[in-house]
Every structure is written in structure tokens, then in C-alpha cells.
Design a protein around this ligand. Structure first.
Ligand code: ATP
Ligand code: MN
Length: 321
């Protein structure tokens, strides 16, 4: 039997051929030309293939911040204008490049985890744009391995005020004997991150870590209550910066350094040197397009692992006031 001839298309243009699959890091990408961000700033879209190539370019840098920790995803398979969903658990048919991890001794559903760079290409294939790992030590979710201070400005505040907040948090942490690193979020605020040395066994757990993070935020806010608020209540945030310490818990997440965001402009959470955390800082400068070259030029966060210090000492110091 012969196939019926399809009716002619009403436009002058020939019907668009679906692009052939592409391969990145050994992973097959279907619909590689699918736009994920509609506008790169010049009116051209950023495609799924570009996301995969971005992950290929920066994956080796990202991996130490991801490996061994459950990681939630923000997926937008049809692009950031379409449905988006936050996913933390593995599902049937998930790429074998992505690790499934059981953190609850077999009682819960397995979490997703990124332990190899190829997994990032598999994420691009499924339209996963954002990576939000836990903050425990690799393979030990009960052991805090970093603290994240999430600085969220009230609407309309100049970004310069967020910069000042990051410097204030840094000063507090350093006074307590801890190191501080700063990253853009690809959004409205900044994150200040503290690497922690994790003892072989024992050491402070998450409740102590969270109480410590709250203590640091309280101290910063006490110095300038007109600028900062540690309270969740929206009304109290008016004209202030919300110092959010709640990222610091066993299953709480923060966006990974170098993760793209499912937001207009394809901004990226970029690791900064403190010499970049100045009043002129514009977090929109780091995008999927600009980040690989910017990363090649920076040594920011190079000493991240070496700078890790035990939390126990800092807790005692904070307690002594
Ligand atoms: P911004 O600078 O715009 O605030 P952000 O990444 O800090 O960007 P927040 O909304 O302040 O965004 O959220 C802080 C962190 O909380 C995120 O990085 C993310 O890991 C986590 N988070 C946000 N939304 C969810 C969610 N729906 N479920 C779980 N965790 C979330
Ligand atoms: Mn935030």
C-alpha cells in the first residue's frame, strides 16, 4: 500500500525538519535545537544543545560541589516559559548516568545524585536546568560540610546593599575563624558559603549547625537592625535584606555554583572572588554564554577545600560572644 501524500503546508516555507540528535559527553540529545531560554539578550534563543555543551565546559569545576550529595532539579523540558518542576526523587526510566541514593536506610524513595560529568549531559537531555544539592558531606548527609547564608533583598533595594550584607556576613564568619566564599545566585541576591572540615566521626549535627547559622545572622542583624532582618515575616522585610539561615539543614538545598537558572537571560550562579564583591557588582553579567570564559579567567574558590575549618570551634567562639 502506498502512503497518503501529506497535504501541502499553507505557508511558503518548507515544513521544518526536526533536527537530528546530537551527542555531548557520549549522551544522545533529542531535539538539540529546542529553545530552553527564548532570549539570550540579542533576541536569539539558547538551546538544549547549548545547555549540554555548557555543562561539558564547566562540569569538572562543578562536580566536587555535587558529588556524593542528593541533588534536587528544576526541570523545564519545554523551556523556561513552559511548565517547570522541582524534582528530588528518582523515577522509572531515569538515565543510568544519574546516581540513585538512599539516605533513609531503605525506608524512603531514592534521591537523585550527580557523581560524574556525563550525568550533566543526561540532565540537559531531560531539560533539567538548575541543580540544588544538599550541604552535607559526600556520602554523609548528617554531617554538615558547608553553611549557606542566603541574602534576599526586599524588592527595590539597590544591589549594592546586598553586597554590603555579604561583606558583613563574611566579617562575622572570619572573626569566628571560618572562611567565607561568595557566589551570585543568578537571581536577586547573593549566597555566602562556608566550607566546614568534617571530623571522621561525631562533630556537630544539623541542629547545631542551623543554630550557629542563625546566631551569625542574628549578630549581623543586631549591628544594623534597620538594614537586616532574620525573621521570616514578609512585613518585617520592608526595605531590608532577609538573612536566611534555613538553607542549613539536612535536606535543605542551595543552588550549586555554576548552575544555570531557569530565569530570563540564562543567568548562572557564579563563584566570585571577594575583589569582585564591590558596589558595582552586576550579577546579570554571568550567563550561560559568558560563564565558561569567565571561569577560565578566575581563581575564585580555588582554595575552597583547603579553607575548610571545623564548625565545633566556631560554635564555642560564638558562644563566648
Ligand atoms: P535569589 O538570589 O533570587 O534569592 P536563590 O537561589 O537564593 O536566588 P531563593 O528563592 O532565595 O533563591 O531560594 C534559596 C534556595 O532555596 C534555592 O537556592 C533552592 O536551593 C532552595 N529552594 C528554592 N525553591 C525551592 C523549592 N521549591 N523546593 C525546595 N528548595 C527550594
Ligand atoms: Mn536567595
Amino acid at each position: 500500500m502506498t502512503q497518503p501524500t501529506p497535504p501541502p503546508t499553507p505557508s511558503d516555507r518548507p515544513p521544518r525538519e526536526p533536527a537530528a540528535p546530537a551527542w555531548v559527553m557520549g549522551v544522545r540529545l533529542t531535539n538539540p535545537d529546542r529553545p530552553l531560554w527564548p532570549d539570550d539578550g540579542t533576541g536569539a534563543p539558547i538551546t538544549k544543545l547549548e545547555l549540554a555543551r555548557y555543562f561539558e565546559a564547566v562540569g569538572a569545576w562543578m562536580l566536587p560541589h555535587l558529588a556524593g550529595r542528593p541533588c534536587s532539579l528544576v526541570r523545564a523540558p519545554g523551556g523556561i516559559g513552559g511548565p517547570r518542576f522541582f524534582q528530588r526523587h528518582a523515577w522509572r526510566g531515569l538515565s543510568p548516568l544519574i546516581t540513585r541514593v538512599d539516605t533513609e536506610g531503605g525506608s524512603g524513595k531514592p534521591y537523585l545524585q550527580v557523581d560524574r560529568v556525563e550525568a550533566l549531559a543526561a540532565l540537559a537531555q531531560m531539560g533539567a536546568i538548575e541543580l540544588h544539592p544538599w550541604n552535607g558531606a559526600p556520602g554523609r548527609p548528617d554531617a554538615p560540610a558547608r553553611l549557606v547564608f542566603d541574602l534576599d533583598p526586599d524588592e527595590g533595594l539597590p544591589f549594592e546593599r546586598v553586597v554590603e550584607a555579604a561583606l558583613a556576613v563574611r566579617a562575622r564568619l572570619e572573626a569566628l575563624g571560618l572562611a567565607a566564599f561568595c557566589k551570585t545566585t543568578g537571581g536577586k541576591g547573593l549566597h555566602v558559603v562556608t566550607p566546614l572540615a568534617v571530623p571522621k566521626r561525631g562533630g556537630p549535627g544539623w541542629s547545631a549547625a542551623k543554630a550557629f547559622a542563625r546566631g551569625v545572622c542574628d549578630a549581623v542583624a543586631a549591628d544594623a537592625p534597620d538594614r537586616y532582618v532574620v525573621n521570616m515575616a514578609k512585613a518585617k522585610r520592608k526595605g531590608r535584606i532577609f538573612l536566611d539561615y534555613l538553607r542549613n539543614d539536612r535536606t535543605a538545598t542551595a543552588v550549586a555554583p555554576l548552575s544555570p537558572r531557569a530565569r530570563p537571560g540564562a543567568t548562572v550562579a557564579f563563584p566570585l572572588g571577594w575583589d569582585q564583591v564591590t558596589p558595582g557588582l552586576d550579577p546579570r553579567a554571568w550567563t550561560l554564554r559568558t560563564t565558561p570564559a569567565a571561569l577560565a579567567r578566575t581563581t575564585a574558590w580555588a582554595d575552597y577545600e583547603a579553607a575548610a575549618r571545623p564548625l565545633s570551634r566556631a560554635i564555642r567562639k560564638l558562644g563566648r560572644g
